[in-house]
Design a protein. Structure first.
Length: 334
């Protein structure tokens, strides 16, 4: 190991995207690399990139992205913590600790110099015990659980008319999120697709396109893909493990009484984006989850569980976050 140094920068260095796209993320048998990160970068709001270098080689990074949020209707500054990674050769060294210490110092300084509540938040798979333990030792606490599930459409069709609006503000939509912990900057770089009628939005969602290279899905699934997907062009068009593309849905709204239209909405949405999969992210304690659980086959047993880990960065945030509430916080980069 050479001379390690840390820099904090606002603009991505030239090495950042190639480095991030070379890193294999994942756990529990599923491993993937992120693709098209330069495109997804537009969805960050005002990121600071904590970079770890060994001489001139980038070997690790951590992204801190301050975002305007609401906590029970009150303004609060939430800092998204994402893309923490180090080069595989440095994973059993001090590299991760150095990155997290630098990030925590910057967050502490931010909390001290602002008069408003400041908290940071990130996401970890519920069965990723090592990462959960590491972040817990850094003072992060589980605040909520998101259910992340993939919805498949073999034959996407324009079943209903959709209206597209780019970069719409959540506050402009007047949706019922006032009682929640809500990231109102989550629309940056995203589109909103809505099915509307004379009364307004029947069903709508923020949409971002994600691309991953699936390095492995686990031994059994890899075998199934190798023998029953890859040999057939029509199957590869639906699921290509080397470039798996899906629409990530957040801020879902369903007007009460329109729950039965959800399936048609997803079919039209996937068609409009040229994909066969949509990933739905929802707090299992939120109103929309309860709507779908009551009127569809949704259950907490299906889908992957993501822990929302929150850390107050000053005392004002600690008091505001003392009581749990449904969250509308979502991963920026997935």
């Amino acid at each position: 190991m050479g001379d390690l140094r840390i820099t904090s920068v606002k603009s991505p260095p030239d090495e950042l995207f190639p480095f991030l796209e070379s890193i294999i993320f994942g756990h529990a048998g599923v491993r993937y690399r992120r693709l098209r990160l330069a495109h997804r970068w537009a969805q960050f709001y005002d990121p600071t990139i904590v970079c770890l270098w060994d001489k001139t080689e980038l070997i690790g990074c951590y992204v801190l992205d301050p975002r305007r949020c609401l906590a029970k209707g009150k303004p609060v500054l939430g800092v998204y913590r994402g893309l923490l990674c180090v080069h595989p050769a440095y994973r059993r060294t001090e590299a991760s600790t150095l990155l997290m210490q630098q990030a925590r110092q910057e967050l502490k300084q931010l909390g001290e110099r602002t008069s408003e509540p400041v908290f940071s938040f990130g996401f970890v798979e519920a069965n990723n015990i090592p990462s959960l333990s590491l972040l817990t030792r850094q003072g992060c606490e589980p605040f909520a659980t998101l259910n992340a599930r993939l919805i498949y459409r073999q034959w996407p069709k324009p079943t209903v008319p959709l209206t597209r609006v780019d970069n719409v503000s959540i506050t402009e939509l007047a949706l019922p999120y006032a009682s929640s912990l809500c990231d109102i900057a989550d629309t940056r770089g995203k589109m909103r697709l809505s099915w509307e009628d004379e009364q307004g939005e029947r069903i709508g969602a923020n949409v971002a396109i994600t691309a991953l290279s699936m390095e492995t899905l686990g031994s059994l699934n890899d075998w199934l893909v190798r023998w029953f997907v890859l040999p057939f062009p029509f199957a590869r068009r639906r699921f290509n493990p080397s470039e798996f593309v899906y629409a990530s849905l957040s801020y879902v709204y369903i007007r009460p009484g329109c729950e039965s239209d959800w399936a048609s909405f997803v079919t039209a949405l996937t068609h409009s984006q040229g994909v066969h999969y949509a990933q739905l992210l929802m707090d299992t304690q939120g109103a929309v989850w309860k709507q779908l659980a009551e009127h569809t086959r949704f259950s907490e047993e299906s889908g992957e569980q993501l822990n929302v880990l929150v850390r107050p960065e000053n005392e004002r945030a600690r008091l505001l976050l003392a009581d749990r509430a449904p969250v509308h916080l979502y991963p920026v980069d997935l």
